[in-house]
Design a protein around this ligand. Structure first.
Ligand code: FE2
Ligand code: FE2
Length: 289
């Protein structure tokens, strides 16, 4: 590991100060976050989309291999071609896939920001996007089978949750992570452009608000799901409930990395860069005083 790497000290006082800064501004002209090596290429649609292939699905959900054989889902086929006649096979795959196992705990105290961002993308963002798609299939098909329960608006509540979470991931991948990586680069290579402080604070604040919203939205959905379960019996409701519980557990770990490690690291590195930039002026003032 590079000796100049930014480590991740905990700076609670700085976090609190930055969190409440108003006037968020979006980051402009930052390069996109390079997606680390993974089974899915950068920008690929989530699993359980029409373009998903068997190899991609089985890599993320190994339990699906035997079912793919039974469904005659060939290695060179896409889900779109498999399900061209009916959604039945898609629903069977969504039912058979078990939620991803929770990530192992790791010591991130000496990690670089790029290592942490890479882990967040691979361990949390990609599986979360796929699970959002898988749960959507389960809920959509359940609602089609049970039009008498439409007044619970289960799919509407879920769609708002999924839209919010996907927008949150887009914000992190498009704004927060590039900002953090730009700050890390600037700390290693003096003279590089440093993002405006207001862009950093605004982006981080928006990310933190997204975490609060996500937890509330999942709890709201779980309440609606319980109400639906009290009115009918359908084994898919149990699968949906299990998937949401696993998602909530993963979100806790995911957000711990972002709120507890990444954000303090970005804030620390940002303040360090600005104090370095201000050093000549403050030194001269200090000697005069
Ligand atoms: Fe995230
Ligand atoms: Fe997040």
């Amino acid at each position: 590991m590079d000796a100049s790497a930014i480590t991740v000290p905990f700076l609670g006082h700085s976090w609190k100060r930055v969190y409440w800064v108003d006037e968020p501004e979006s980051a402009q002209h930052l390069p996109p976050v390079p997606m680390p090596a993974s089974p899915a290429p950068a920008g690929a649609p989530p699993l359980f989309s029409g373009a998903s292939r068997r190899a991609d699905l089985v890599a993320a959900y190994p339990d699906l291999d035997a079912l793919c054989d039974r469904l005659s889902f060939g290695w060179d086929m896409t889900l779109e071609s498999l399900c061209s006649q009916s959604d039945w096979a898609l629903l069977e795959l969504a039912r058979a896939a078990k939620p991803p196992r929770q990530a192992r705990q790791a010591d991130w105290s000496m990690a670089t920001m790029s290592e942490l961002v890479g882990d967040i993308l691979i361990t949390h963002h990609l599986p979360l996007r796929s699970e959002l798609r898988r749960i959507d299939i389960l809920i959509h098909q359940f609602c089609r089978r049970h039009p008498e329960l439409a007044h619970f608006d289960l799919h509407g509540v879920y769609a708002r949750l999924a839209d919010g979470l996907n927008a949150h991931l887009d914000h992190e991948e498009g704004v927060v992570f590039p900002l953090g990586l730009a700050i890390e680069r600037a700390s290693r290579h003096p003279g590089q452009d440093v993002p405006a402080s207001s862009a950093v604070t605004g982006a981080i604040r928006y990310m933190a608000l997204g975490h609060q919203d996500a937890a509330q939205a999942i709890r709201r959905l779980l309440v609606v799901l319980r109400q639906v379960q009290m009115n009918t019996f359908d084994t898919d409701l149990g699968l949906i409930s299990d998937a949401l519980a696993a998602m909530l557990a993963d979100l806790t770990q995911h957000e711990d990395k972002e709120d507890g490690i990444l954000m303090p690291a970005v804030i620390f590195a940002d303040e360090l860069l600005r104090s370095r930039a201000a050093a000549p002026a403050s030194t001269s003032h200090g000697s005069a005083g």
